[in-house]
Design a protein around this ligand. Sequence first.
Ligand SMILES: *Cc1c(COP(=O)(O)O)cnc(C)c1O
Length: 237
Amino acid sequence: MSAERARIARNLARIRQDIADACARAGRRPEDVTIVAVTKSVGADRIKVLPELGLTELAESRVQQLCQRAEELTGHFQKVGAAVRWHMVGHLQRNKVKQVLEHAKVIHSVDSLRLAEEINVQGQKEGLVTDVLLQVNCSREEQKFGCAMGAAMHLAELMCTLRNIRLVGLMTMAAQGPDAEAARPAFVRLRELFEEMRHAAIGGEAMRHLSMGMSQDYSVAVEEGATLLRIGTALFQ
Ligand SMILES: *Cc1c(COP(=O)(O)O)cnc(C)c1O
């Protein structure tokens, strides 16, 4: 495990340097960018080392795996005093909301009013206020998930009327390809939408996150204003 740990530490050092460089180019502060470690491709032993390396925001893209991992690791993280928070970053069906709320503190993938309402209703029952991001389809191509750009403002406004969710930002998935630059237009569109919402005071002070950028394109995302980077492969490869 120490070899694995050293490898992750080395990858993380490179990612942090890339973030620092991108921040310097964009006139931003590295402390305003958080790495959310996407653990879907690795086992519990590698997840355990993450808090030791300073990574406490962990994510899964499937409900079942999120719940399994969170349950499996809660005892360990408590024992070592690590304050870990789980994020749900993948597509979420309404019938899985109740389950996800038991473990996830942040949901990045809210893309319809019906889903937001379900999170709100279940949250009300459990006395929870859950941080959520509105997922927007900013790629001009067919994307399976994310609300249309033209619908985002109105949807965000409606989400803000729900008491048991808190809209904290926007999320997008850029098209994945060998060229990181190909992702830039989608990131620019998400940031512009975000600025429009801020200007209209939608969400107020809580509205401060742009969840964009993955292993392929996180440097470009930081240049365009990302505050949450969802990174798996680049961390564990
Ligand atoms: C898997 C996944 C990521 C991380 O992807 P990598 O390319 O491995 O960094 C980010 N966001 C979502 C929604 C994912 O499913």
